[in-house]
Design a protein around this ligand. Structure first.
Ligand code: HPA
Length: 271
């Protein structure tokens, strides 16, 4: 496993000459965030040794290397979802490669269903904590000692300083935001009303099918993490709301991406 991670990192390093300190994972419909980046290299996943190729609609499936705020960075346009059938080691593989490339801070984004009754469609939720409902932990198996410890500490998984700074940026730009707990479940079904209710009772504010595996792996490898969910649908829609479709999720996410761009960009400038 470690050899594969090194092989991928060496390939990317030789191809780009980059040593990015910041990495971004772009979620469903949020790919337009890369418009902020002065792109130097676009590398399809299928060209990178040991990478899978992403399949879900709306996910381009490539690594972007570029400059944001004068700094080198790498972005995943499209991620690997557990529901696509990939083993956890493949879902989290790119995060580990990013670490070897030099990434110290990981920004993650996703589309999520709102569980908190205060939330509205199109809201941004700064992730303050998560609950792992995947049937598996990505760190299960032999520990990669070169990356991190066997029993990673998870008390401050989402960097408190970055959360505070993000709130200031949102307020400055008059961007409506929430701060809450993300619960990650395997999908690919959306939740039944009873399941949404259960997630709320468990203490979550939003739910989605990604992010938790990548964040666990990033923390294992000692990276700082900042995450944002775009609320694309609500667990208790009003009478007139139609059932959630993948298309609807993509459209709402696209519209909210511009707000997220502002926050991510200013945070990166601060790093
Ligand atoms: N549930 C799970 N994943 C999601 C949802 C949802 O309601 N909305 C967007 N991704």
């Amino acid at each position: 496993m470690m050899e594969e991670i090194i092989e991928s990192a060496v390939y990317l390093k030789e191809k780009t000459g980059f040593t990015p300190k910041t990495g971004i994972v772009l979620g469903s419909g949020l790919g337009s965030l890369i418009d902020e980046i002065d792109i130097k290299h676009r590398i399809p996943y299928r060209e990178i040794p040991n990478f899978e190729s992403s399949t879900v609609e709306g996910h381009a499936g490539r690594l972007i290397f570029g400059i944001l705020g004068g700094k080198q960075m790498v972005a995943m346009q499209g991620r690997f979802h557990y529901y696509e059938g990939y083993p956890m080691q493949k879902v989290t593989f790119p995060v580990r490669v990013m670490r070897l490339l030099g990434v110290e801070t990981l920004f993650v984004s996703n589309a999520a269903g709102g569980l908190n009754p205060e939330y509205k469609v199109g809201d941004l939720m700064i992730i303050r904590d998560h609950i792992n409902m995947f049937p598996e932990n990505p760190l299960r198996g032999p520990n990669l000692e070169d990356l991190g410890t066997r029993f990673p500490e998870m008390s401050q998984t989402y960097c408190p300083e970055l959360i505070e700074r993000a709130k200031e940026i949102a307020i400055k730009h008059d961007i409506r935001f929430q701060t809450g707990v993300y619960i990650g479940s395997p999908g690919p079904t959306l939740e039944t009303p009873a399941e949404y209710k259960m997630f709320r009772i468990l203490g979550a504010d939003a739910t989605g099918m990604s992010t938790v595996p990548e964040v666990i792996t990033a923390r294992h490898a000692g990276m700082k993490v900042f995450g944002v969910s775009v609320i694309t649908n609500l667990s208790e829609p009003s009478e007139t709301d139609k059932p959630t479709t993948h298309e609807e999720v993509q459209n709402v996410a696209g519209a909210a991406a511009s707000k997220m761009r502002v926050i991510f960009k200013e945070l990166v400038l601060d790093l």
